[in-house]
Design a protein around this ligand. Structure first.
Ligand SMILES: Nc1ncnc2c1ncn2[C@@H]1O[C@H](COP(=O)(O)OP(=O)(O)OP(=O)(O)O)[C@@H](O)[C@H]1O
Length: 256
């Protein structure tokens, strides 16, 4: 997938400024940057929720030129604190993920139901299948939203802060689901605040600041003190994980 010079302004202020990057196919790309850097806005632009300038190319097709339903067959987006459908059960909510492929809930095929069931189990949400969405905790809802996106069977999955309500185990579970998806060829882009989670789980990183790409590339190239310190305004020390050699970052406010 290639994000081709994506830009978006609001009230005369440029929020996303000519973002031109290529998240690798079948890999997890972490979208990092300080509060207000434009991560959510960029994901919303790619998903076609916001309308700005630029294109999103996937195998020669501009996803932003597609109709919403066609785009939803290839791209799924789990928004941060996504809305909760009133008076719907978890199972019905996940089944909604099949609507771009099939039709209305009543017209779902056995294949659609099987796929939704797979998504429910894969996202670890099957225990709540008959619960009303409004009764779930933040972390439980997050898993259901992931399940609904899986039910869509996307080639591109956008996740906005997929771990922010989750306990440590649930974070690792979610990242394991993402790893299985990328192994199956899905391209995943996730906005993350936890730099160490990105260091541990992403293949590729895009670092945003003030709507612009400051750095993009493999974890070892982007998650370095000289790149991170000016962006976050903190001191950064890089250690090596004793088990897998991946970077572990420690931040403090000591002046350089
Ligand atoms: N609809 C809007 N109207 C005005 N300003 C907006 C709008 N949407 C976003 N912004 C502004 O754009 C900037 C980028 O916001 P965005 O939510 O994309 O950042 P972010 O990197 O996801 O931040 P965070 O890490 O805090 O979630 C912020 O300054 C925000 O206030």
């Amino acid at each position: 997938m290639h994000l081709d010079r994506l830009s978006w302004s609001v009230d005369g202020r440029v929020i996303v400024d000519g973002v031109d990057v290529t998240p690798p196919t079948g890999a997890l790309t972490g979208l990092l940057g300080p509060n207000g850097a434009g991560k959510s806005s960029l994901l919303r632009l790619v998903a076609g929720v916001l309308h700005g300038a630029g294109a999103v190319h996937l195998d020669g097709t501009d996803l932003l030129a597609l109709r919403r339903r066609e785009r939803a067959r290839v791209l799924a987006f789990v928004e941060q604190d996504g809305g909760v459908p009133e008076s719907m059960t978890v199972a019905e909510t996940v089944l909604l993920g099949r609507t771009p492929h099939g039709g209305l809930l009543a017209g779902m095929s056995d294949d659609d139901r099987d796929h939704a069931e797979w998504a429910l189990v894969t996202a670890g949400a099957e225990a709540w299948r008959d619960r009303m969405m409004t009764t779930l905790s933040g972390g439980e809802r997050q898993r259901v939203h992931l399940a609904r996106a899986l039910a869509q069977d996307p080639r591109v999955l956008l996740l906005d802060e997929p771990t922010n309500h989750l306990d440590v185990r649930a974070q690792l579970d979610t990242l394991a689901v993402v790893a299985d998806l990328t192994a199956a060829g899905v391209t995943v882009v996730a906005a993350l605040h936890d730099v160490n989670l990105a260091a541990a789980s992403c293949e590729h990183v895009v670092l945003l600041d003030h709507g612009r790409v400051v750095a993009a590339g493999p974890v070892s190239e982007v998650l370095r003190p000289e790149v991170l310190e000016p962006v976050y305004g903190v001191r950064c020390t890089v250690l090596e994980h004793p088990r897998d050699g991946r970077p572990v970052l420690v931040f403090d406010r000591t002046p350089r």
